[in-house]
Every structure is written in C-alpha cells, then in structure tokens.
Design a protein around this ligand. Structure first.
Ligand code: MV4
Length: 445
C-alpha cells in the first residue's frame, strides 16, 4: 500500500479524499494556492505545501510544482480528484516517469477516452449501443451533409475533444448545417485547440443516465449501478439521483452489462463512468466515458454502502477490488449547493459566509469544505457543499431532503439552496416527470 498520498486538488473533494486516506491509515499531503491557505484541506491533511498564486494555471494546474511537492514530502501516489489535472494525460505520464503512482488511468486511456469520437467508435466496435451518427470525425461541411442524409434530421454536431456541451449544436435541417458546422468548429477550436466534429442523431428530451464501474488489474470490472443526472443547467448538473426513476429493471441490467463490456474491452482499471442517453422508449446509447471520480459519486456510495475513493486507492496499489456490489438499498439524491444566485441567472456569488449551519440526522450526509466565516474565493468553481440524502424510497428521500434543507443555513452569500427547495415542491419533480428541459421550463428567471 502507498506510504503517503498527495491530493492535487482543493475544496470538498480534497477533504473527501483525505477522509478515506485517514481511514486507511495513509498519511496525506495537501497542496494549496495562496488564496486557499485557510482552507480545511490544508488543516486536515498531515502536511501541506503552497504551490503558487490563486490563478489555477499557476497552482492547481502547474504540473512541475505539484510533482516537486510530492518529491519533497516523499509522497508515492497522487490523487487528482475531479477537474484540474484529473483527465490530463501528460500529468498521468509525468507522475509515472517520476515514480509516483497516479491514482487514475494510464495516459493512453485518458487520451483514448478524451477523444469522444474515438471513444464512441471503440465502444461501438465492442458491441455497446451508441447514438447513430458518423463513424468518427467528419472532414468538412460537404461530408457532414452527406452523412446527415443517411441519418436524417434533426441531428447534433459535437466536438471530438469536447464534453460538457462546448462546441455542440443542434441542426434541425440541411439549410442550417453550414452555419452550425462553422460556429461549432470555431468554438471547439478556441476551447480545445481542436476543431474536429462528429455527427449524431438528435435524441429528443433524453435522460442522462451514467453507470459507475470499477476495474482492477486482475480483469475484474464491476458495475455499481446508475445515476440519473438529467437535472442540469447549461451542462452543469444540479441534482443527481439513484436509482433512475425512469428506467426499468431490464434496462438497468442491460446498461450495466454494456458498461462492463465496454470497460473490459479496453482493459479499464480504476473508477470510471460510462455515460448514456436514454430516450422515452428505454433505448440507451453510449455518449462518453469519464476516467475520473465524479462529483456525484456519493449517491452510488450511499445505496451500495461502499467507499469509491477507497476502491480507487486499492486498485491503484495493485490489489483486488474489496467491495463487490450487491443489491443497492433505498434511494439517494445529491443536491449541489453552489455559491450562485438562482434569482439572477445563477450568477456567481463569492464572499464571506457569516452564518453557517449544516443539517444532520439519519440519512443526511454533507460533503463540504466550508465553515463559518470562510471566505469563498472567486477563482474556482462555485461548489460549496453537496447535500446527499438517503431514504428508503424516492418519496421518503424527498421528505427527508425537505426537512434537511429547512435546517440548512448559509448567510452572507447567495446559494442554490432556495432553488433546491423550490424543485422539491415541484409536482413534476415529485412525480419524476422531468427531462433535460426541466430547469428552463420551471425555473427561467
Ligand atoms: C445529446 C443530446 C441529444 N442528442 N446528444 C451531451 C453532453 C451533455 N452535457 C449534454 N448532451 C446532450 N447530448 C444527442 N445525440 C442532448 C444533450 C443534452 C442533455 C443531455 C442530458 C441531460 C441534459 C442535457 C441538456 C442539454 C443537452
């Protein structure tokens, strides 16, 4: 097992990783930027190293500073969390060359899955259902129009290097293709330095349902079931739940089998997520694979009674997966509490917290790095806390979530708490009658 783990991240996920390391008796090293010197990950880790100024490029994204911090403290492994360097193939490679175990996939796997067009054709080849579309990238507008004739409109242009919605366009008819292709390609070029696009049939009002898998060096791959992440705003997830309220037992089994098949065919090791779109006829289609631990991993942990960070560490150390999935129990939601004003277009709301109270009691978990008088810096993503609610069924979890939000108080800055309380009273949400347009439909302000 590792002697010491450096956590190349900040905020709630840094704390989350430190907690598991402590339970495994593995000493930890935090890294922090100047603006994060009073952060809890710095307090809770055994050691902490300042790696630069507030701006991410010069601290949390600065590979030489992080490698040096690992070397001077004698850390033999690095956990990247999510975001920052988690899916950076170069970082994974440099860790390897420096004799530091990267707790995540090989550089080659990151590259393969980071190219969405390539990942899709890889999955298609091994029998995982994918959205009908171009096989790989399309060369130009003429080719796009030709392929589109075969698939039929409406369809979607997506960036090969994309993910999260950038460089994505719906094309309703052929006349729109030229403009859509140019804007999507330019957007992709400036965002990812790669203007390559691929084509997909447009799935109307889908659910985003993803399968959590973990693989080890011995060829074992297990599925820990799905998360429904359909409640998003501008490709930012706000609420996730498991089990998905819209898939049948049969679809659930088929999706897990497809995810395991896909992961096994690429010899996947570590924690990963296979993302699918599900249409209103229970058809499911692979769209992307994420090679990191995800923000919403706790809902999977709660219903399976497992620790996914622990499995990541065990697998990275070359051991067998210890927590094999059984039958999940109950229902779990995650609500993302962001420093954003839901009454003003979710505008960021950094600043000092001048009163704080976290909810508690049975079935309530709060993953958060904030404390009373903490100053939320404007430099990073706005996630303050995740409220994770377990209930014996969906209705019970909703009742528990409402009572937890009644206990929850964050003063001094605006947060997404009022938004969540409104969603929990929404009849359509309570009836699980929602799709990707839910927030725009009911919460356009
Ligand atoms: C799609 C789609 C419809 N058809 N692909 C992919 C990335 C994710 N952030 C949004 N994505 C979508 N891909 C095809 N072929 C619709 C979406 C989509 C979406 C999907 C799930 C949940 C919310 C969404 C909001 C907007 C668009």
């Amino acid at each position: 097992m590792f002697k010491k783990i450096l956590i190349a991240n900040r905020g709630e996920i840094a704390l989350r990783i430190i907690r598991t390391c402590k339970e495994l008796n593995i000493p930890t090293v935090a890294v922090y930027s100047e603006v994060d010197k009073d952060s809890l990950h710095v307090v809770f880790a055994d050691e902490a190293v300042c790696i630069g100024p507030a701006i991410s490029k010069e601290s949390y994204l600065k590979i030489p500073s992080i490698i040096s911090a690992a070397q001077v403290t004698g850390a033999d492994a690095i956990h990247p969390g999510y975001g920052f360097l988690a899916e950076n193939a170069e970082f994974s490679e440099i860790c390897g060359e420096s004799n530091i175990k990267f707790i995540g996939p090989s550089p080659d796997m990151i590259d393969k899955m980071g190219d969405k067009a390539f990942a899709k054709s890889t999955m298609k080849k091994c029998g995982v259902p994918v959205v009908p579309g171009s096989d790989g990238a399309v060369a130009d507008i003429a080719e796009a129009k030709k392929i589109a004739e075969g698939i039929g409109y409406p369809l979607m242009l997506k960036a090969s290097a994309g993910g999260g919605g950038k460089g994505m366009r719906v094309v309703w008819k052929e006349e729109e293709m030229q403009k859509a292709f140019q804007t999507a390609s330019n957007e992709a070029l400036s965002a990812f330095n790669n203007g390559e696009l691929y084509l997909e049939k447009f799935i109307e009002n889908p659910h985003h349902v993803e399968i959590q898998i973990v693989g080890d060096q011995f060829g074992n791959v297990y599925s820990y079931g799905e998360r429904d992440c359909t409640i998003q705003r501008r490709h930012q997830k706000l609420i996730e739940e498991t089990p998905s309220p819209i898939i049948s037992e049969e679809t659930r089994r088929k999706m897990s089998e497809a995810a395991i098949l896909g992961a096994k065919s690429v010899n996947y090791e570590g924690a990963g997520t296979i993302e699918f779109l599900v249409d209103n006829n229970q058809n499911f289609y692979f769209i992307e694979m994420n090679t990191r631990i995800q923000v919403e991993h706790p809902v999977t942990e709660m219903v399976n009674n497992i620790d996914l960070i622990k499995q990541q560490i065990i697998v990275a150390a070359g051991e067998k997966i210890t927590q094999i999935p059984g039958k999940p129990i109950g229902h779990c939601f995650e609500f993302r509490i962001n420093a954003e004003d839901p009454d003003n277009n979710f505008r960021p709301s950094p600043g000092r917290i001048d009163y704080l109270h976290f909810p508690g009691g049975f079935g309530v978990r709060v993953d958060s790095h904030i404390y009373n008088q903490y100053k939320v810096p404007p430099n990073y993503d706005s996630l303050l806390a995740k409220l994770i609610i377990w209930g014996s069924d969906r209705e019970h979890a909703i009742a528990r979530a409402i009572r937890a939000f009644e206990e929850f108080a964050i003063d001094g800055i605006k947060t997404t708490i009022p938004f969540h309380m409104e969603v929990l009273e929404n009849e359509k949400f309570r009836a699980a009658d929602y799709d990707t347009s839910f927030i725009d439909k009911y919460f356009a302000k």
